[in-house]
Design a protein around this ligand. Structure first.
Ligand SMILES: Cc1cc2nc3c(=O)[nH]c(=O)nc-3n(C[C@H](O)[C@H](O)[C@H](O)COP(=O)(O)OP(=O)(O)OC[C@H]3O[C@@H](n4cnc5c(N)ncnc54)[C@H](O)[C@@H]3O)c2cc1C
Length: 418
């Protein structure tokens, strides 16, 4: 894209109001952001746009963490109403930012279906929960299914619904768009640059120590994905995340078959990216068998290329049983990623109780939530205010207490992938 077009797009994005008072305050603040994934990039963009002096520190490269291994499904699905509303705000924010920032979002909607009565029950229950909400799902019979989605051979339909509000992105591309926009406003990003120390005078943060030297900062936003607990421990806060590995097969590009994201029978989840690649999985977590015990316990790469290729080929083959047009799609790569998954499944966002100049933003579904976290976090940091939409997600819910969810457990039959 030409620079002039990009700046023109930014002018549209700038339409979001930043009050003169916030801007005046922002100019006086040096804000560090740790993490160049989609969440850190969005926060850096919104902070810099509001006038703060932002430097983003990334230990390897942009989008090299969970973001590059993400399915990139944008959706509001959750049984918790408050969280559903936050997700909705973010999907709507994506709709506003899509054209100005040229994010290239595919707004194709989502179909969830089952072949047997057991899975059908949970698909129906989920559809019913979402019916009448802003998500407005539509129950599908076989005829409707085919009309909306002729590329799919669904088999016998025990239950199915369509949600038009969902979309999908290339999360790496979107991260680069956010970072480019942040830089256009004046933000700096430094990588590779690892943050490995926080300096405090009394309880006030004064600087951070990195592999590239010391940098003075007034506030630090920690959006370091699965490494967030390590950085928060430097601020005296103990945060635990759940280990949550996930694999995705990526095919080589093939001609367009569909724009929809699918949750199919037996844990199958897939989409076709705008560049033609089929991306998907057939299982949300590694099965609980001895061969997978290591991967279920800690972060690691695949032991060998043959295993990687075998998993990838199996997944694509399964997908092609319901997407016949993809039967000749060869595997390009199989990714193994680790979700930054809070213990109770909900975002952890807010000032760290033991060091209020340090602010944490770590979450699963960070691709969906990045725009709204960018907006709300920047406002909270620059105005020392508390936004109601973020109230249930404070790190204080884990301080000194057993980290049991403030909301109970997440029981959505929907993919943890998303
Ligand atoms: C298999 C899979 C499927 C998923 N599917 C979806 C989906 O469909 N929809 C959705 O919304 N979400 C999905 N997610 C979740 C989503 O990808 C993450 O929530 C999101 O990418 C988190 O972004 P982030 O910027 O917080 O973290 P990351 O992308 O992990 O970025 C954190 C960055 O911090 C850097 N870092 C760490 N420590 C330091 C340090 N000390 N100094 C400097 N830099 C540091 C890392 O190098 C990394 O680049 C999925 C995740 C996985 C793994």
């Amino acid at each position: 894209m030409h620079r002039r077009e990009f700046l023109h797009g930014l002018a549209g994005f700038t339409a979001y109001g930043v009050s003169p008072a916030v801007r005046a305050r922002a100019h006086t603040l040096k804000v560090g952001v740790v993490g160049g994934g989609i969440v850190g990039a969005s926060i850096a963009l919104h902070l810099e746009r509001a006038g703060a002096n932002v430097t983003l520190f990334e230990k390897s490269g942009p989008a090299k963490g969970a973001t590059q291994n993400s399915f990139g499904f944008l959706n509001i699905f959750d049984l918790n109403k408050h969280y559903q509303a936050l997700r909705l705000q973010s999907v709507l924010a994506y709709r506003d930012m899509d054209a100005p920032l040229q994010l290239g979002i595919t707004w194709g909607g989502y179909i969830n279906w089952a072949n047997d009565s057991v899975e059908g029950e949970s698909v129906r229950a989920l559809g019913a929960t979402l019916d009448g909400t802003a998500n407005a799902v539509r129950i599908l019979n076989a005829k409707d299914f085919f009309a909306i989605s002729p590329a799919i051979a669904p088999g016998p339909i025990a239950a199915a619904f369509f949600s038009p509000l969902a979309g999908h992105v290339d999360p790496v591309w979107v991260t680069y768009r956010f970072l480019d926009a942040a830089k256009s406003y004046g933000a700096k990003s430094i990588y590779p640059c690892e943050v490995y120390g926080l300096d405090f005078r009394h309880k006030q943060l004064t600087a951070i120590t990195t592999s590239e030297g010391k940098f003075p900062v007034d506030r630090l936003i920690v959006a370091a994905g699965v490494d967030t607990p390590h950085i928060l421990s430097m601020a005296g806060f103990d945060l635990q995340l759940r280990h949550s590995p996930g694999i995705l097969a990526h095919s080589v590009p093939i001609p367009e078959l569909t724009k929809i994201v699918y949750d199919g029978p037996g844990g199958m989840e897939f989409k076709q990216m705008a560049n033609g690649r089929i991306v998907g999985t057939d299982s949300l977590e590694a099965p609980d068998i001895p061969a997978h015990s290591e991967i279920r316990q800690h972060r690691m790469d695949f032991p060998d290329a043959a295993l990687r290729a075998a998993h990838g080929a199996r997944i694509l083959k399964r997908i092609s049983t319901v997407l016949p047009g993809a039967s000749s799609a060869m595997l390009d790569e199989l990714t193994l990623g680790f979700r930054p998954m809070p213990i109770d499944g909900f975002p952890v966002v807010g000032p760290v109780p033991s060091a209020p100049d340090v602010y944490v933003a770590v979450t699963h579904s960070g691709v969906t939530l990045a725009p709204i976290l960018g907006r709300h976090v920047s406002q909270e940091v620059l105005t020392d205010s508390q936004i109601e939409s973020l109230a249930p997600y404070r790190p204080t819910r884990f301080a000194g207490a057993a980290p049991v969810g403030a909301f109970g457990s997440i029981t959505a039959s929907l993919a943890l992938t998303a």
